[in-house]
Ligand binder design. Structure first.
Ligand code: NAD
Length: 289
């Protein structure tokens, strides 16, 4: 979608971090933006900052896990702006614990937002984008955690691997309907993701309670000092990534790899798989299969 000025974007998780950054980059390029988020105060503050810049935006309180609310948000966006061209399924939450400690509520919360929220966005908006025939683009926010599994990020990894696979399948499927698809795969970005627990519903609050860590506070024991240092060292600001997302929409880039420092780890994973294929090839030869 080379020409974005005047087009309409719908962004989830737009009150903070990466979603807010995408919305700013889109508005800066002359797009109209629907800002959707569960955190109403933050959403209002974000919206006010756009109004101060005279950007064409609307604010929509939305829990992405609620299918009816997603459809209502789509209706309200179309009522305000006519159509949606760019959908950013970005709202997400993080949690870290061992599989031996997780409760079902941990799974339900994180899968609900990070995976079912994306499914709800796609199922609601993609038919509407296809129907208006002007072309469009979908950006799904995964993570480097969609490629690299970290021991205590297993629930989060599960959702991000799924969003990655879903995005690749969507890209192949939707190309002939003139809908591009990009998957955003950042490393560490300076956002509020480490305080995800602030939006955890009471009904799902049983289980792991470590989704609110303070990386800037060395006395916070939820992350070991070495990991904290590595995370902070590679951290970039969300605005940089927002501009990359805009670039990817314009160029229909399949992947948005904002953190090249992760490439060697992806290579290592790939090398492990290649070596495994070799061992199984040898196994089949040995057994005459
Ligand atoms: N920050 C990072 O280092 C990083 C790295 C890789 C991927 N990501 C991904 O980026 C995306 C955005 O996260 P962020 O880092 O900007 O964090 P953030 O906490 O700053 O922003 C996430 C936004 O999602 C909203 N949200 C949470 N639950 C919601 C729900 N049920 N419905 C609607 N909105 C909801 C929050 O209110 C918040 O505004 C997430 O999908 C996250 O997994 C972040």
């Amino acid at each position: 979608m080379e020409q974005v000025a005047g087009k309409v974007a719908f962004v989830t998780g737009a009150a903070s971090g990466l979603g807010l950054a995408m919305a700013r980059s889109f508005a800066g390029a002359g797009m109209k933006v629907a800002l959707a988020d569960i955190e109403e105060d933050a959403l209002e503050r974000a919206h006010a900052s756009f109004e101060a810049d005279n950007a064409d935006t609307i604010a929509l309180p939305l829990d992405v896990t609620d299918r009816d609310a997603m459809a209502e948000a789509a209706d309200r966006t179309e009522a305000a702006f006519g159509k949606v061209h760019v959908l950013c399924n970005n709202a997400g939450v993080g949690i870290a614990a061992s599989f031996s400690d997780h409760a079902y509520e941990d799974w339900d919360w994180v899968l609900g937002v990070n995976l079912r929220g994306v499914i709800n966005g796609v199922t609601t908006f993609v038919p509407r984008i296809a129907a208006h025939g002007e072309g469009g683009h979908v950006v799904n926010t995964a993570s480097m955690a969609g490629f690299l599994a970290f021991g205590t990020a297993g629930v989060y990894n599960t959702t991000k691997f799924a969003v990655l696979g879903m995005s690749e399948a969507m890209r192949a499927d939707l190309a002939d309907q003139d809908i591009g698809v990009s998957v955003l795969c950042p490393g560490f970005v300076n956002t509020n993701i480490f305080q995800s627990g602030r939006n955890r519903p009471d009904a799902l609050s049983v289980g792991t309670d470590n989704s609110s860590m303070d990386l800037d506070d060395p006395s916070d024991t939820q992350v070991d000092p070495e990991t904290r240092e590595a995370m902070l060292a590679g951290m970039i600001e969300p605005g940089v990534v927002g501009d990359m997302v805009l670039h990817a929409v314009r160029r229909n880039e399949a992947f948005i790899f904002s953190h090249p420092d992760f490439e060697p780890f992806v290579d290592m994973r790939h090398a492990e798989m290649v070596a495994s294929f070799e061992r199984w090839r040898a196994y089949r030869e040995k057994h005459g299969i």
